[in-house]
Design a binder for this molecule. Structure first.
Ligand SMILES: Nc1ncnc2c1ncn2[C@@H]1O[C@H](COP(=O)(O)OP(=O)(O)OP(=O)(O)O)[C@@H](O)[C@H]1O
Ligand SMILES: [Mg+2]
Length: 300
């Protein structure tokens, strides 16, 4: 764990950065569904109509039946946008991606949980850009699942409909296809969080998310699950039970070292992969994001 400790030390020493995203601008990716809007809610067939329980899905079936609403990815959250200041950040996400690929040569890992100690440490930022880094590779597919049913943001960053989504599926109000969104130009798929639910922990623990991942996961190279922070609620711990690996995002200058250690301890001996140090001012050329992908792998 010594390299993780070094990363934590760097996080403590670095101050938080002052990144100020501007308004969303269109990316020019519009699918069959028409113009994108950040808070659209689409109608959803209920699960009872779907005769597919227990079987794995094929890619073509999935492509054909999933929703293609047209996304407007906010370039301020996309380190692969053409903004000059993002170049180094993009490189750091490629590094993170290749570290994960290397790790996978040693053990079977497909489903990644992204969590943190406290709110606002950059989980959604890291989950989204890692998924983009994967999907930009030739013939690689990534699925992003917004399992933060309390403060969902992925749909906002992608300019995608918020529902139907995971909460609708877990409560039996939507089928697999109506919660899966895709865009024809990127090999990235999204399950948004869905409509607000009064009982997120119970929904996440009811076994259906595991079933969904078992069924859908094999189609993708990576499944990235954006989760709530660990200290606030039990959700991340629940989801961790059926993810292959856990990444803990640590925002520079935010959670103290002891708190982060508590979080790491929580997953130690389970399936903790490592720490992503976010927002360190290590490199001045990374002006907008000041992102540092200090990713340490430690699977003991
Ligand atoms: N490296 C960074 N530099 C500057 N700002 C950042 C960085 N990473 C994230 N942010 C900003 O910090 C805020 C929180 O980021 P994000 O939503 O990704 O965190 P989170 O951990 O998912 O939060 P929550 O716990 O609410 O889900 C956002 O406004 C985001 O734009
Ligand atoms: Mg988030």
């Amino acid at each position: 764990m010594s390299r993780i400790h070094e990363a934590l030390k760097r996080a403590e020493e670095a101050g938080p950065s002052a990144w100020r995203p501007s308004e969303p601008t269109p990316l020019g990716i519009v699918g069959a569904g028409g113009v994108a809007g950040a808070h659209r809610i689409l109608s959803s067939p209920i699960r009872a109509e779907m005769p597919m329980a227990g079987r794995c899905l094929g890619l073509e079936e999935l492509r054909h039946r999933c929703i293609k609403p047209g996304w407007k990815l906010n370039p301020d959250y996309d380190v692969f946008s053409t903004k000059q200041s993002s170049a180094l950040c993009a490189e750091q996400f490629r590094t993170l991606r290749s570290r994960l690929d290397r790790l996978r040569k040693k053990s079977a890992i497909r489903t990644l949980l992204v969590t943190s100690t406290l709110p606002g440490e950059g989980k959604t930022f890291v989950a989204l850009n890692l998924a983009l880094a994967i999907a930009r590779q030739h013939e690689k597919r990534a699925l992003l699942i917004d399992a933060d049913l309390r403060a969902s943001r992925l749909h906002v960053r992608l300019g995608a409909p918020s529902a139907p989504g995971l909460s609708d599926y877990l409560s039996g109000h939507a089928d697999e296809f109506s919660i899966l969104q895709a865009d024809p130009k990127v090999e990235l798929f999204l399950v948004p969080a869905g409509r607000p639910a009064p009982n997120p922990s119970e929904l996440l623990a009811n076994g259906m998310l595991k079933g969904f991942i078992d069924k859908i996961g094999p189609i993708f190279d990576w499944v990235i699950v954006d989760a709530p922070p660990v200290l606030a609620v039990a959700d991340a711990r629940i989801i961790a039970e059926f993810c292959d690996g856990i990444m803990v995002v640590v925002r520079a200058g935010q959670a103290g070292r002891d708190l982060v250690k508590t979080t790491l301890q929580e997953f130690r001996g389970n399936n903790l992969l490592g720490v992503v140090l976010n927002g360190s001012d290590q490199d001045a050329s990374c002006a907008s994001y000041s992102y540092y992908a200090g990713f340490e792998l430690d699977r003991k």
